[in-house]
Design a protein around this ligand. Structure first.
Ligand SMILES: NC(=O)c1ccc[n+]([C@@H]2O[C@H](COP(=O)([O-])OP(=O)(O)OC[C@H]3O[C@@H](n4cnc5c(N)ncnc54)[C@H](OP(=O)(O)O)[C@@H]3O)[C@@H](O)[C@H]2O)c1
Length: 338
């Protein structure tokens, strides 16, 4: 199983990435027990199949340490050159409050140490509270660290379009914003995509598979109760489905996606991923991986074997047209966190 050339995109002039990124929130707890040894050996299988790009965060439990250990093992088994074919995108998620240059330096130094690298490929900045405008200081200090070579590229996560504009107006160079984007949650279409298009900012998306709900496993199933949603991710996106239109409309969507999937010889998850990967400004879809627990690499490879046609889009639109407008209900990207 190897991913085709079309699975990659030139993310920045110096970096090609896999358009399906491996999401590491799933190693941070509340997604089943993760055995570190098994997890790191399974990181080799992702790397060897072409899934070479990882999404993580300082707050995702051992994720940065796993990347550090994987980098050490990869370099020792395959030589240091093997590291150039691997990207690890982390996040800095500070508590809102006064931000000093020293705090930023120490946080980035910690991530560098944990990840066993001299430069972070991409640092995605998250901020919980817009009322506290120290986020601008934080970004200015991060830009300085980027100029000094500690951070290769600077991105954001969960910022809305209004704040993205504030940063670009301040001359801060941002390559990406990471946001929730799926067939259920299409809020980025309203303001985010048009703004990103105009300012050459790319989107990395999460929640695209709704924690696994967007799959054959839930097709034809009765509405799961709270205790049956046994990962934090399933719980999070079930709430999103409830707000969007509820379980019976979701079943209607799954039936439609299955029809499309069968036509192309792929899975429901493949259709959900392909739909988002093809949206303007989307560089990649992050798919959560439960390392050493489950493995969907083989199925996810098929995302790059087919295209959705106009008939498929019409069928999908006919169902999505019946849903509530999450932009009206929640607001712009990331507003659910504030
Ligand atoms: N910036 C943020 O605020 C934020 C928030 C959430 C997530 N994220 C990032 O996005 C990543 C994705 O996490 P997510 O919570 O949004 O989950 P997700 O990617 O929507 O769902 C992941 C789950 O989908 C299932 N799956 C994957 N491929 C499949 C396939 N081909 N067929 C059927 N099921 C499949 C697996 O479930 P099973 O393991 O049960 O089989 C997997 O654990 C996170 O790890 C993190 O890196 C970022």
């Amino acid at each position: 199983m190897n991913l085709p050339e079309s699975s990659q995109v030139q993310f920045t002039p110096d970096m090609r990435i896999c358009r399906i990124l491996n999401g590491m929130w799933q190693v941070s707890g509340a997604h089943g027990s993760i055995d570190p040894e098994k997890a790191i050996s399974s990181m080799f299988t992702y790397y060897d199949s072409g899934f070479i790009t990882w999404d993580l965060a300082d707050i995702y439990g051992p994720a940065e340490d796993f990347v550090g250990e994987f980098r050490r093992k990869l370099a020792s088994a395959r030589g240091a050159e093997a590291l150039s074919n691997l990207q690890a995108f982390t996040k800095w998620v500070p508590q809102p409050g006064p931000i000093t240059r020293r705090m930023v330096e120490e946080s980035i130094a910690l991530s560098l140490r944990r990840m066993n690298t001299e430069t972070l490929d991409l640092l995605q900045f998250h901020w919980w509270d817009y009322q506290n405008n120290n986020y601008l200081n934080a970004l200015n200090y991060l830009s300085e660290l980027s100029d000094e070579g500690k951070i290769r590229h600077l991105g954001l996560t969960n910022f809305d379009t209004e704040h993205l504009q504030i940063f670009t107006d301040h001359g801060i160079k941002l390559v990406s914003n990471q946001v929730q984007f799926s067939l259920i949650d299409r809020r980025p279409e309203v303001n985010m995509i048009p703004y990103c298009k105009e300012h050459d900012i790319q989107l990395l998306t999460y929640g695209t598979l709704c924690g696994g709900l967007l799959s054959e496993k839930y097709l034809g199933q009765s509405e799961p109760r709270g205790y049956e949603l046994n990962t934090a991710s399933l719980g999070k996106y079930k709430q999103m489905i409830d707000a969007w239109g509820g379980w019976s409309l979701f079943q209607e969507l799954l039936i439609t996606l299955k029809r499309i999937a069968t036509k192309h010889g792929v899975s429901i998850a493949n259709v959900g991923t392909r739909y988002i990967i093809d949206r303007p400004t989307v560089a990649g879809v992050i798919v959560g991986v439960r390392l050493g627990v489950t493995d969907h690499r083989e199925d996810n490879t098929r995302v790059f074997n087919f295209k959705l046609d106009s008939e498929d889009h019409e069928l999908i639109e006919a169902v999505l047209g019946k849903s509530r407008d999450l932009y009206q209900l929640i607001g712009d990207c990331g507003d659910e966190y504030r």
